[in-house]
Write a protein of this length. Sequence first.
Length: 417
Amino acid sequence: MEWVGLLDCNNFFVSCERLFRPDLQKRPTVVLSSNDGCVVARSPEIKALGIPMGVPYFKVKNELAAHHTEVFSSNFPLYRDISRRVMDSLGGCVGTYEQYSVDEAFFKLTGTDEEVLQRSHTIKKKIEQEVGVPISIGVAHTKTLAKFANGLAKKESGVYVLGNEKWVQQQPSVPLSQIWGVGRQTAQKMQDHGLCTVTDLLTADRSRIDALFGIAGVRLQAELAGTHNDRLSRSGSQIQQSIMSSRSFKDATNDITILENAIAYHVGEVAAELRSLQAVCGSLNVHILPSRHGEWLLRGGSQESLLVRPSSDTRVLLTEALALVRELWEKDVPYKKAGVVVSLISDASTKQLELFADTKRDDTAAVFKVMDIVNGRFGKSALTIGRVPSHSNWQASRQFCSPRYTTNWTELATVKA
DNA sequence: TCTGGGGTCCTAGGACCC
DNA sequence: TCTGGGGTCCTAGGACCC
């Protein structure tokens, strides 16, 4: 029998922080989004208090303090490093897998219900021993069902195998709103049409679902029926479609210089990421936006520029990006966020031959190689090029950041005997 | 006072063409 | 008063996810 497994790390960011602070086991702990804006990871103690995912920090600050909660700003270098260890460990168990997010991956299993159950327990135990963060594994016949099974795993022993029999039994009592891919809007629309449970959707006429929800609805039907539709089947090794760097400001601003500074910073980020993937981009998009919550939300916007030739050269991208900011900028709009997205990403080595190559640029690769190495070792802004972004006037606050235990020599964890 | 950042995929509608 | 229809391509934005 063929199965799909989904590994998911429990309260991942919190678990990463706890890994280096054993004293925090069992203590209420949260991790905040950038700018210390929202609660994005909660320990079980916090979930038990009923504090919802994504709530603005300022709304629950007092309640958290009353329960002596440990509060952390996001420490992404740490989470990425732990993520890599989890994925390496999974790879050691199952060979190929498809990473879905920083803390999740799909993989294939074969065998009887009982065999995959045992196997999953073995995998869970090995990863937890090797890396030290708790994980859950859900197993079923499609990805959507594996995702659902993972939810059940978290309520049980950390592993749940959802075979056909069990699933058929559960269908009438599972609300569609609990299914992966069904968000608020879709759930409401389904309900408006009398579709509330999984059974409702599975017994509905396919052509009706197609008319109402399009291809996504039909796929969902197939996934829930257990037909292996593989909606995420883009193989894991495929190069990603876009790379983004974007950030909210501490305070809104209309100052074009500050916006240019922020955009220059983001261009530096995405260009370095492109180079680390040995890739180039063919399109660059710049956005400057006001607050999503005020009267200005319809102002601001984004604009895209197609590059004459694909590039990962900070200077080339910066020239384009700065022109776009100046086009987008409008007097009086209080901008709260700025960012850069590159797409049409391709492998640098397959870059098409340039008919009119600019030979002066031939030294570029060497220059960036040195810059990326130095910045990797000493911090992102040790060396910059083209424009020195001044951070102080726009960068986010990170009041509660933990040290970069695993990725920075000066902040390594200390072991006391 | 204070509401994230990084992704994917799909659709609707305009521009353009014959 | 009449003033096509159908196709493709592109882009902005929506919905969803973690």
